[in-house]
Write a new protein. Structure first.
Length: 301
């Protein structure tokens, strides 16, 4: 069996709990870290998009990583989100994560700037100076940069990316990445592609819906990645049952959706900071219905 690295397994892209006045509730966040560890998840990825990092002050963003590291039990790694507009800012967050005791970082390419390939490679080489392993995050819809397989392979070959969270939702890319960079670790990036990317050889999942239903989603991941035919048959059953809910992870309302599902299931998701506002009633009603349907089928935790 291959050595388990800090970015292997179900690494939860954690939601961040806010109080009703929209200040960060660090106590509830710390409790959530422990809850995820207690329910079978393998690690946590704070300060990702689901953690609303763009809406945090510098002091808040730094403290989120510190609280995550302090709250994480032994053997429960922290993959710090270090996305920023440019390389210098991302390096600063990677250095802060290293100082706080994080195990690795999840790194977007430059945000909102259509960087060319040389600029992207420079970006990752700069962040690598912090000394932590880098998991790339390919989300071209939001970042304006597509980490195509050949570019990923170049960054990996240079020693600046150990794995990639592939968020395009296209499992065909996985095979090309593996051909060009056989030692690159593949992490599932979209909750509604777990089975397909798991079959393709993923060794991790940077996941959203385990915030609400950790046990069921961890089981789904393990079945989807075991390579056992009987496991795949069981995985398909769970996948079909949960797909309607997992699909919300790739919609514009993904943060609000996952937090609402947490609330429905008796956890604390709580409010979001602007620009996110309360969901339209018809959208909220559908998320509530999908969450309750999953719970009624036995996937409530």
């Amino acid at each position: 069996m291959a050595e388990k690295k800090p970015w292997h397994g179900v690494i939860v892209a954690s939601a961040l709990q806010f109080k009703e006045d929209l200040s960060v509730d660090y106590d509830k966040f710390a409790e959530h870290v422990q809850f995820l560890a207690d329910n079978g998840c393998d690690g946590i990825a704070p300060n990702g998009s689901l953690g609303e990092y763009q809406n945090l002050t510098e002091a808040e963003r730094a403290k989120v990583i510190e609280v995550a590291v302090d709250a994480a039990p032994k053997g429960f790694p922290v993959m710090a989100g270090t996305g920023a507009y440019g390389a210098m800012e991302s390096l600063r967050w990677a250095e802060q994560a290293a100082e706080a005791g994080a195990d690795c970082v999840m790194q977007l390419p430059p945000n909102t700037f259509r960087a060319n390939h040389e600029q992207v490679k420079h970006h990752y080489a700069t962040v690598a100076k912090a000394g932590l392993p880098i998991v790339g995050y390919n989300n071209p819809l939001d970042t304006k940069v597509d980490l195509i397989p050949s570019l990923i392979a170049e960054i990996h070959e240079a020693g600046h990316m150990v794995g990639v969270k592939e968020f395009t939702g296209d499992p065909r890319r996985i095979y090309e990445i593996q051909e060009l960079a056989p030692t690159m670790d593949i992490l599932i990036g979209t909750d509604d592609s777990v089975l397909e990317v798991g079959i393709a050889g993923a060794v991790g999942w940077v996941a959203g819906y385990p915030n609400a239903i950790p046990q069921a989603t961890v089981e789904l991941y393990k079945l989807s990645t075991s390579g056992n035919v009987a496991d795949l048959e069981r995985a398909k059953v769970i996948y079909r049952d949960l797909h309607k809910l997992l699909r919300w992870d790739t919609k514009t309302e993904f943060v609000e959706s996952i937090k609402l599902s947490m609330d429905v299931l008796g956890l604390y998701g709580g409010p979001c900071r602007p620009p996110r506002l309360p969901l339209a009633k018809e959208v909220a009603d559908q998320i509530i219905a999908d969450t309750r349907e999953a719970a009624e089928k036995g996937y409530g935790k």
